[in-house]
Each structure stands twice: as structure tokens, then as C-alpha cells.
Design a protein around this ligand. Structure first.
Ligand code: 9MR
Length: 446
């Protein structure tokens, strides 16, 4: 027989041990939460890191960042943390996770070189600058030919460009050389290359008086038959590249220098003054998602022509038939002045349209007074490239589209044949070396 006292002691013992084991269980449940995070480099800015807090824990805890830049701790917010590392160096980024059980910390080493943040902290000394990685929120383009997508071109293209314009093979004389016979072989090669390498294609150009096949210029049928052929050509072409070509120049250079009137092309003669609207509408119908551009030259030098072009743009815009304006920018080391380029930008931006600097090259020998590239001209060209790019970079984000250089290396430029002067207008010399001009573009992108 147990006495009351014995029973009480046993009860007290049971209760005490029950209580103490509850306490211990409670303590065991609240564990430290192991901190963890990952990071990636922004696609649009090589100096920006995106931090992703991947910590998984139960109960209440807080996460605080130390990005290694010397500032105060930053409490974690939903979504990714975006941090810019402007200067070369090594930084330790830390995430500290705290709860009532204590703190844990995870860290990663962020290394930054002259190109930007190094992938996985690995700054390969062979890493080089890249135009496309330096451009923030818009594409960097160049003109290409299907026969120049290989070997060294391939390396330079992949490293620097993400928007391709066909220099001549997506024009009507090449894509529709004979009645009833389309030839998309070269265009396909360019579009396929772009797709394989994650680049946009800017379609250039559906209608241009200088690239019209003879059978169209000399067409002897009725105007109605002519129009139906052009409609079929535009519909077939735009439909073929639907989802693969991001944007099209619909009509190129429709305004004539001097008169500043609508150029009297066979298209105008056969289809009427509103032929550009008709062509734009057919393109829109074939691919409602494709961006439609009007593209021309001398907008910067010639104010009268600029006014005529923007009057045309307004007509197209009033019917929703245009998304952007292409200013070619075949310019010189000493002209135009920044204000003239800015005027074209202002006209475009005030209309809420996209701005494409679509065919940039900068001549250094317009007066034919040099026989080899001089260091003075190289520097002046660099300064002009930088100026052009800075003007572009300052455009509001919503109006940015792409900067396109008209070719890769100097000796490939159309300007050599066109003017007959020795000329060095592009970003790479004939051996694919980066010129001062290249670094002017990079500096302009900063
Ligand atoms: O640079 C292009 C040259 O290789 C072609 O032979 C020519 C005709 O197709 O077109 C040149 O590019 C032009 C562009 O399409 C429109 N603006 C003027 C460019 C230089 O002529």
C-alpha cells in the first residue's frame, strides 16, 4: 500500500518530468534556419547582380543582406534584390537569417572585372568587353550577309550583337526575283542563325525603290494586278517570318531629297499616294505582333526632309500603322552636331514611337584628304560614335529599340564602293581588331 505522500511524490515526479520534456520539445522545435541564396548577372546590365533568397525555414525569421559594398544591412524584400557593382574588385555578399534560436549566414564571393560581374566568380583573363552586355534595355545591331556568319564574324557577332539586319538579302529584288518565284534561302539563313544565337532580326526592307526587281518596275499588267502582287508578296514574306522577325522596315526612303515630297516610285505610280499605308496594313494583318518602322536617311541634316518624314509618320500613326522610326545615320566624323541628332530623337519620342538608329556608320574621309587612318581622325570618330550612343542612351526606356551599325569591319562597308574614297567607318578594322570607335560606343553606353 502506498501512502498519500508516496503517491503525491510520484505524481509530482510524473508532472515534473512531463513539464520538463514539454519544455525540451518546445526548444527542439525552434531551430536555427539555414541561410541560403543564389545570384545571377542581369541580362541588361553586366554590372548588376540579382540576388535570390532561397532560404527555406519554418516559423518566424528575418533575412538581412550585406552586399559587401560597405553600406548598412538591408532587410530582404519579396522578389529579387538588384545590386549594382560599379567598380572592379572582390566583394563578399552575405545573407544573415535570424530567429529566436539564433543566426545563420550564407555568403558568396562577387568578383567584378572591367567587363562587369564575372560569371560564378570566375574572371577569365580572356573575357572581353561586349557591346550587347553593356547596353541597358535595348538591342545592339549590325548589318549582316548570309555569307558572313561564319568564322571570325561568328565570334564577333555572338560576343557583341543581339539584333541582326540583313544588309541586302531581305529586300524584294532578292526575295522575289521573278514573278511567282520567291527565294528566301539567304533570308532563312540569317533568320535561322539569329534564332540559334538568341538574337532578334530586324527585317529590312519590304519596299525600297532601289531594291525592286525588274519584273516589278517593268510590270505591264493593270494597277489592280500590280497591287495584288505587292499585297501577296508582303503577306507571304511577313507570314513566313512571323514570330521570328521582331520588326520590319515597311517602306524605305519614301521622301525625296530636295523636293521633300513623296518619291515618285513605281509603287506610288501604281498604287497611289497612300501606298505606304496599304503596305503597312498588309504587314500588320500578316503579323499583328511585329513592329513596323519607317526608315530614312538625312533626317538629321535636312530639316525640311525631317518635317516631311514626320508628317508621313503622323499619317501612319493616325491609323495605328507604325511603331517606330529608323534614322539611318550615315554620318561623318565632323557632322552632324549633337543637336541635329537630338531633334530627330525628340520628334520620335514626342510621338510615343520607338527610335531605331538603324544604319550607323561614321566616315572619316569625306574630303578624300587622307590615305590611311590617322590617329586624329580615329579619335574624332570615336568622339562622334560616343556622342551618338550617349544621345541614344538618354532616350526614355519606353522609346528605346536598337542601335544598329551598318556592318562589322571597315573593308566590308558599302561606303568604299559608293564614294570611292579610302574609308574606315565602322567599329572593327579589316583584321577584326576593335578600333577606338568601338571603345567610343562602349563609353557611350556607360
Ligand atoms: O549596304 C547595302 C549594300 O550592300 C547593298 O548593295 C545595297 C542595295 O541592296 O543596300 C545597301 O544598304 C542600304 C540600305 O539598305 C538602305 N539605306 C542605304 C544603305 C546603303 O546604300
Amino acid at each position: 500500500m502506498r501512502s498519500i505522500t508516496d503517491t503525491s511524490i510520484i505524481l509530482i515526479f510524473i508532472l515534473t518530468s512531463a513539464c520538463s520534456s514539454d519544455d525540451e520539445m518546445g526548444k527542439m522545435e525552434v531551430k536555427k534556419v539555414p541561410a541560403s541564396f543564389e545570384y545571377s548577372i542581369s541580362d541588361s546590365d553586366p554590372n548588376v547582380v540579382l540576388f535570390d533568397n532561397t532560404t527555406m525555414g519554418q516559423g518566424a525569421y528575418t533575412s538581412d543582406w550585406d552586399f559587401g559594398l560597405g553600406g548598412p544591412l538591408v532587410s530582404d524584400q519579396p522578389g529579387l534584390e538588384e545590386v549594382r557593382y560599379d567598380n572592379e574588385g572582390t566583394y563578399i555578399a552575405k545573407l544573415t537569417v535570424s530567429n529566436e534560436a539564433g543566426k545563420t549566414t550564407a555568403s558568396h564571393t562577387i568578383r567584378v572585372d572591367q567587363v562587369g560581374v564575372c560569371p560564378e566568380g570566375n574572371c577569365d583573363p580572356g573575357r572581353t568587353e561586349s557591346l550587347k552586355r553593356s547596353a541597358q534595355g535595348f538591342a545592339i545591331g549590325t548589318a549582316v550577309r548570309s555569307t558572313r556568319l561564319n568564322s571570325t564574324y561568328d565570334e564577333v557577332l555572338k560576343a557583341n550583337f543581339n539584333n541582326l539586319t540583313s544588309e541586302y538579302q531581305m529586300k524584294m529584288n532578292i526575295m522575289y526575283p521573278f514573278e511567282g518565284n520567291f527565294d528566301f534561302s539567304a533570308a532563312d539563313a540569317i533568320v535561322n542563325y539569329a534564332q540559334e544565337n538568341d538574337m532578334n532580326v530586324h527585317g529590312h526592307v519590304l519596299i525600297w525603290h532601289n531594291a525592286t526587281p525588274n519584273w516589278i518596275t517593268d510590270f505591264t499588267g493593270t494597277d489592280a494586278e500590280f497591287e495584288s502582287i505587292v499585297k501577296d508578296y508582303i503577306t507571304t514574306t511577313v507570314t513566313r517570318y512571323k514570330g521570328k522577325v521582331k520588326s520590319w522596315d515597311v517602306v524605305n526612303e519614301a521622301i525625296e531629297d530636295g523636293t521633300n515630297q513623296l518619291r515618285n516610285t513605281v509603287f506610288r505610280q501604281r498604287m497611289g499616294d497612300d501606298y505606304i499605308k496599304k503596305c503597312s496594313r498588309w504587314a500588320r494583318e500578316a503579323d499583328p505582333d511585329v513592329l513596323l518602322f519607317y526608315n530614312d536617311y538625312n533626317l538629321v541634316f535636312n530639316e525640311g526632309k525631317r518635317k516631311a518624314i514626320f508628317a508621313l509618320v503622323d499619317q501612319l500613326a493616325s491609323e495605328g500603322l507604325i511603331d517606330g522610326v529608323g534614322a539611318q545615320l550615315h554620318i561623318q566624323y565632323n557632322a552632324p552636331q549633337a543637336g541635329q541628332i537630338q531633334s530627330v530623337v525628340d520628334e520620335t519620342v514626342s510621338r510615343g514611337l520607338l527610335m531605331h538608329f538603324s544604319e550607323i556608320d561614321i566616315r572619316v574621309n569625306p574630303g578624300n584628304d587622307i590615305t590611311s587612318m590617322s590617329s586624329d581622325r580615329a579619335e574624332a570618330q570615336k568622339v562622334k560614335y560616343k556622342e551618338v550612343v550617349e544621345i541614344y542612351n538618354a532616350i526614355p526606356a519606353a522609346n528605346k529599340f536598337a542601335l544598329t551599325v551598318w556592318g562589322i569591319k571597315d573593308d566590308d562597308s558599302w561606303l568604299l564602293d559608293f564614294w570611292g574614297n579610302p574609308e574606315w567607318p565602322l567599329l572593327f578594322d579589316q583584321s577584326f581588331n576593335k578600333k577606338s570607335a568601338y571603345y567610343g560606343v562602349l563609353e557611350g553606353l556607360e
